[in-house]
Each structure stands twice: as structure tokens, then as C-alpha cells.
Design a protein around this ligand. Sequence first.
Ligand SMILES: [Zn+2]
Length: 679
Amino acid sequence: MSNHALLLLAVACTLALGPAAAAQARDRSRAALGPHLRVRPVDAADVRWTDGFWAEKFALCRDVMLPGIREALGDPGNAAILDNFRVAAKLKGGKHQGTDWSDGDCYKWLEAVAHVYQATRDEKLARLMDEWIAVIAKAQDADGYLSTNIQLTHRPRLANPHHHELYNMGHLLTAACVHHRATGKDSFLSVARKLGDFLYRTFQPRPPELAHFGWNPSNIMGLVDLYRATGDRKYLELAGIFVSMRGSAPGGSDLTQDHVPLRQETMAVGHCVCATYLYSGAADVYAETGEEALRAALERIWGDMMARRMYLTGAIGSFRQGKSPRGDSVHEAFGGDYELPPRTAYNETCSNLGNAMWSRRMFAITGEARYADLVERVLHNSALSAVSVDGTGYFYCNPLAWGGEKQGPSMHHTARRWSIHRCFCCPPQVARTIARLRGWAYGVSADGLWVHLYGGGTVATTLPDGPAVGLTQQTDYPWDGRVRLTVDKAPAAPLAIRLRIPAWADGATIRVNGRRSRATAGPGTYAVLTRTWAAGDAVELDLPMPARLVEAHPDAADLRGKVAVMRGPVVYCLESPDLPEGTAFGDVAIPASIELVPHFQKDLLGGVTVLRGKAARRSPDSPGLPAPSKAGWEGRLYRDLRPSRRGAPPGESIDVTLVPYFAWANRGVSQMAVWLPRR
Ligand SMILES: [Zn+2]
């Protein structure tokens, strides 16, 4: 056979094998997935959003966000630049441009493209990925090293954690594994293996000079991904080494969770992206090793964050610069106990999403609804606030109040979302999350299917021991708490369908084929519906969604005397464009007796449910509230204002409209507040 004929045959085989190879790659990854997971995530390939809230966000990501980010990655004024790979591959001349972490942000975009390709099979996306993967492969050094910021500037390798080499490399590993699962191709995965081998040779001996080498450690998650994709245990071993390195040698700092060994840590501390990436990676290691000390530490740290250090929106990062509770200099970090200033909150998009990534892993390990509730809290609030409703602009910081100024307390506190920025880590972080979110919606365990997220769509998957199961979900969630699930496929044996009942959902009810189910549907649990299901069986879940007033722990000084409003999982805010004429922003107070009525407005802010009601006019002689009592908080940071504590009707009233927090700042520079004075 001629060379040409051989080449044609090879091309034909590749084309024919594409979907089959992708399925094999998925099966391998699925089989390798964490023996110590209580609930396994359903592969994103098995899930579709068809209509409603998340389907619309996915379409926005596919049609607007990804092309927009691609454009930014080609703009010389942007902090992340794809062309660095072309220069490192010697395909063109030039210097390194952008930040040290530019490569990692480019990989996050590629990862998002792979997630979208998996859902759409759009060949244009396949070609786009092939094109850049070929360039990235050419940019890789012979020994596997790849970080263009170092290669193109001739600075020494691994000399300074802030050069972000491990961040860049970790995102390459994850993007390559996602690409492999989506396409079945090995092109990117072989780059990842060479890089993983380089890291193993470098770090496995644990050289003392690299004891404190960790910054935004996406490499831990990436190495576990690589282990799952290849089955090669050395990558898992190395991920474990990176976890154990933290706090293992004197001289470490809380900034990078390096003051105390992770297994002994009691606090969520330090730089919030570093923290959530480390905790997520450690949870991945636990899923494979089942080491109890690691799990116990992660549960402690998560509990500490929830009780003392997290914003109502699921955001984290109380300040730009300061001291940790142990006195280390830290920045972009968790605050001290109850330190939650709304206006100066740093709340970087990447750390908020890191919190969701970590909590999602904690759920998979434990099967406890509180973790899945937090994932949803982040998604509907501090994740979506990062992107404009038209998908073209992004926030880096996500404060909970804004005074109408053009610029806030740091260069990343902006009044408007931007498309090009001096630090571009956040946009592809949002994009890859929305692109892959369908893979977060369901889980499986030996006895059944778990429904974590509500949104119109379908799932068709298999349980760990083989039987096929399929569901169709119809809902207008998060604007309406009614969810209808129709069974498409089920085994001829009893199967549990578990529905998440969010902690806010008091009085949830479930009907099966029109009859009220006796299954308990307590807030903050999964309701378990076990029966032999048949195709066409219908489950109707009703999660009551009254608007709720929420108060914060009395020790949160910045939130004292204030209330926030939530409905379902959505946090609301007051924004200046909604104030009646002649009313100043500071005039509005919320009486505890306020009635807030939901209205869906299709043409507002991309289609949102607003809340309307009569607020009180605040005056200088408004009576102060009684001193708050610390009784009855039981380790909680936020709680609903109990009806018995609802106060007297107000004097003069102001008509107010509250909008979802995530949709603020889409109508020009504005004033905004989540926490409003209480009357
Ligand atoms: Zn970021």
C-alpha cells in the first residue's frame, strides 16, 4: 500500500472511531473514578439542558462567551494571550505577553470549548481545538516542561511560585483530559502525559528547596484527572505529594495554606483561590485513597468557612490585603471570624467558583445535601454575577454593595463588567463552569439516581453496576419551585430516585403519578423515592418559594441591623435604577413585616423574577433595633428571620423592586446593596 493510501486509511479510521473512541475514553475515566465516592457524578455526555434557565446560560456560553473570550485571547491589551504558544512553538517571532498565568487561562478556555464540543459535536470547535493543541504540543520542551512565561523570558524554571507554572500546568492537565473524553483523541493527552512525567521527576523526590512551592494549585486536580484518564498511579501519587507538601516544612505561610499541615488544619485560611484549589485537589485525592485524616480535615475546614467566613452569595475572600488569624500576611484571602464587609469584599470570581468545585467534591464524598446546596448557592449568585446578562462582560470582584462610584477599593473592583482585563483568570473560569454544568446536575450510586440541580433537560446514563436509567426534567426553576420529572428508562427492579430538597424549602411536597408520596422531603436532605419505575412515570416536586428575609450572625459587625432578601436559591439586591423618583438609596429600610411579591419580567435583565413590596422610609430618628441576641445560632452564619420576630408595620412607605443580585450592574453604573437596613 502506498503511503498516501495508508494515510487515507488512517484518516478514515480516525473519523469512524471518533465517537466510539470518545465513548471508550469516557468509560475508562468513569471506571477509574474514585472508589471512595459516595455518589458518582454523571458524565456530562449523558446530560442535556433542553430549555429554561441553564439551557439559556449554556447557549449564551456557546454563542457569546466562548467567541468573546477567544477574541480577548487575541487582543494585545489583554492579560491572557494565545499567541504566546505560537511564539514558544517558534511559529512566529515576538515576546511573551500578558501575565505569568496567561497559559492557564488559555487552557481554561480550551477546556470550555471541549465541554461545549462534547454537547454539540460542532466540527468547527473540533478544528479550533486541533489547531491550538498542535501549537501547544510544539511549544512543549523536550523534557515535557511547558510554561511559556518562563520559556520565553529565560527566567529559571520553578524559582518562584508566583510565576504560576504549576497553575498553568495543572489547567493543561485538566483541559487535556476533558478534550480526550470529549473527542477520544490522544493529541492533547500525550502532551499532558509528558508534562505529568516532568512533574513526577521533579517533585516526587520532594526536593527541600521546593517545599513551599504551591500557588493556585490546579496541578493537584489536574494530576488526579490525568490518573483517571490514563490509569497510571504515579500521577495520583504525585497529587498526594503536593497535598502533603503543604505545611510540611518550617517557614510556610497561611497565605498558601502552608503554615499548618492540611491534615491538622482547622480553619479556612489564606488566599481563596489557592485554598479552594488545594481543598478540591485534596478531596480528589481522598476520593481515590479513602484516607480518613484528609476527609476529616476537609470537613472541618468547610464547616469553619460556612460558620464564619462566607458571604451570603457563596462568595469568599473578605479582603484584598491583611493578616490571617495566625498573624501571617495574606491577600485576596478569607477574613477573620465574621469579617464580612459587603463593599470592600474581594470575592474573586475564581475563588467563588473554586468554592463550588470544592463543595461539589465534598458532596460526592459524603452524599450530604448541605454541600450540594452550597454549590447551587454559588451558581445562582456569586458565579453568575461575574458575567453580564448578555454574556459579553465579566467581573473579577463580586462585592455585595456598591456606592455608585466608577472604581472601587482595588483595581479589580470595577463598576462595570469588562471584556478585556489586566487579569483574565475569571472569564474562562465562568465559561468552563457553565459549559460543563450539565455534568454537575445528576449523580449515581449503586441503588439509584440523584438529582442535584433543577433545570429543563434530560439524563440518560447507567448505574455503576450497569442498568440504564433516563429522566426528563421540566421546570422554570429558579423562578418557580415546581419540577416535573418523567421517567424515560428504568431497570425492572426497585430503583431510588433522590431529589435534593434545599435547606430553604420548607413544606416541599412530592407526587408520584399524581398521588402524594409518603417520602420525607425535609429541608436540607435528599428525598428518596424507591419503587420499580416504568417509562412514563411522573414525579412532581413542589418547592415552596416565598421571599425570605435573612439575617446574619450578631458577630458579623458589618451586617448588624441589616437584612438580606432571598427567594429560592437566589439572593436579591436593591439597585438604584429601581428606586422611585425622589428617593435616595439610603432612604430605604426593610421592615421585618414586609410582603414581597414575585413578578417574572421577561424583558428585564435577560428575564428575571423581581420582588416588589413596600419598604419603610428611613429617617435619622428611626428607632434603633434591640441589641441582637447570640442565642440559637448553633454554628450558623445566616438564618431566616423567624416570622415571630417580624416587627411593627412601618410609617411612611417606599415602593421597592428588588432584582436578583447576579443581574446587578447591567444598566450602567449604579448603587447596589444586598444587605439593607432593617426596621
Ligand atoms: Zn479569577
